[in-house]
Design a protein around this ligand. Sequence first.
Ligand SMILES: [Zn+2]
Length: 242
Amino acid sequence: MTDPIDLWETQQKILVILAHPDDPEFFCGATLARWARAGHEISYYLLTCGDKGFNDSTAADMTPEALCALRHVEQREAASVIGAKAVHFLDREDGYLVPDLDLRREVVRLIRSQKPTVVVTCDPQNLFATYGINHPDHRAAGQVVLDAVFPAAGNKAYFPELLAAGFEPHTPKEVWVSLTQQPNTTVDVTETWPIKLEALLHHQSQIGDVEKFKARMISSHTEDSTDENPRYEEKFRVVKYT
Ligand SMILES: [Zn+2]
């Protein structure tokens, strides 16, 4: 089977647009690490700063403002491990993300200004994830990004104020939808799984007990492999515009 990543013969400009700090690494960090090491240019655009990401290990005196600032730092460190070139935060309020026209216009502006060849997001139809109910921000982020990619980003009749401001239509060649239960593309990420794990450890505010987390990540191998000889995969729904 040809590896889907090896089909790219030229350098790709990849925009990762997701809801929270840590989503890029959790959803598809090992694939991003492979792309970075193959010379592709990766930028993150995170719609919120994860200011409601409180859990059992959060310090009692933590505030949403302080958590937002901390998660900016954690995300920049993790992205650096992955090999992403830049991290941008739109800083919408965590937990309240809505895929409305205002946010769609912002994502269209982003796509038209950056002109990526590849956009990475997540599946808005994934309501029941393996760990329970999928976060509403994940679904909202996936919905607004897909709605922006098609038909709005490439059609000048959508958001004419953007065209008037100089943002010419642009449609990415490929959209890679992570955190999906409708995959059509599987990437073998065995070699970069340790990089994903190392990057995730920088999201210290989110992972709780480090040893338990490491054990869970190491055991997340494919069913046809073992703890001694593990193989790892990340799956996507890929949509192509040629
Ligand atoms: Zn998230």
